[in-house]
Design a protein around this ligand. Sequence first.
Ligand code: S3P
Length: 170
Amino acid sequence: MRTLYLIGFMGSGKSTVGQELSKLLGIPCIDTDHMIENVYKVKIAEIFQNKGESVFRKFETEILKQTPVHHHIVSTGGGIVETEENITFMKANGNIVFLKTSLNEIEMRLSNDRSRPLWNKNSYEKQRLFDRRNKLYKESADIIIHTDDKNSREIAADIKEQAGLQSYQE
Ligand code: S3P
């Protein structure tokens, strides 16, 4: 199986759904944000604060390229689509699943979140980022899964069905 890349806005559930799908299919899941923090030994918020977004994007691309291209699920950061090279890499090496979540739902999920540097914006800027990103996610995706009003189990089951995946569990 070619790797399955989960993309979508902050708070769309990529990491949680990745774990759920990993259990369902019996294949490993890697999270690029966790990998960045483990490899560079620094928190994402600190990278943004001390080095800026452009350095974070370089780290993100480096890490994405190190992820296995077979038999894995890779959950990505919401801004993975900001770098064209990342989209090219994911398209060449696997299938891209866009977890589509409404801005209302995201606002609810992230209402108390202070850990995401790019969520710390006013409503107008959030809406603009959301609209711009949604266009990029849609253009990159092989499969689009609507996530509002579904739990991570249901979303994982939807992905399995729509991507025509088999389970590797015994
Ligand atoms: C980002 C999303 C974050 C993280 C970083 C930048 C973005 O990941 O990669 O804060 O640009 O949308 P999540 O999508 O897991 O929140």
